[in-house]
Design a binder for this molecule. Sequence first.
Ligand code: ADP
Ligand code: MG
Length: 264
Amino acid sequence: MTKKETKSIVLLGHHLKSLRLPTMLGECEKIAVRCAHDNVDHLGYLLQLCELELIERERKAAERRLKAAKFPTYKTLETFDFKAQPSVNKVLVNELMRGEYLEKRENILLVGNSGTGKTHLTTSLGIAACGQGKRVRFYQVTELITQLMEAREDRDLSRLKKQLAKLDLLILDELGYVPASKLGSELLFDVISTAYERMSLIVTTNLPFENWTEVLGSERLTGATLDRLTHRCHILETAGESYRLQDAKRRRTKNSSSKPNKTK
Ligand code: ADP
Ligand code: MG
């Protein structure tokens, strides 16, 4: 390498750093060697570097979106067994995975007993949305209510609400496990009203609609919440037995049938 070339590389490194193009910086020499070998012209070389920078940028952004979404576990549709949960509308799930509902600001409601795959399906949908460039946040309803109440006490509610308003998809898992206080229900309702037609919501619940009043307290609030949630809404029912229970039963039958026969 000539003295002039070394100087160019040092300067180029400096400029690429100032321009915040770390992948170009890391790859420029290696790709230059490859392009020289493959007889790729200068524009082709530049194109390859730009493409690598963009791919890496998108990968990092997707990683950040996934982290910011705070999913409790990493679950995808690949590990969801539709045969074990025949009530689940597979066609609808696959359609929702494509994410058009997000563009239309439509909601999804998952209703079913505990252990029937609501959180699993919801997480799969949320991860898919992150992959489609959407800002997602997963909350257990009780966790969100606690955060709202604490923020209110600290006079910090508007900051939290601003954060929520930036989302494309807000996931509210497990509405109905714990009855909320009057203030908690009102704060939650406020979030749902603000989200209405501005972003998509996915709500999971083990409660049939007629029992929502038990959780939200007042009939008026329940009516208004349901009205907003169910307008432009896809409903997925996960009826049937808990997957964990089915799984445990399967294991038990397998174990008992594979036990050695002790009788002579
Ligand atoms: P819910 O939210 O309805 O209470 P979860 O989604 O938490 O249920 O499911 C309980 C456990 O069973 C999770 O580990 C989930 O991954 C698993 N599970 C539920 N349904 C299925 C299914 N059809 N295929 C594979 N795993 C499932
Ligand atoms: Mg759940």
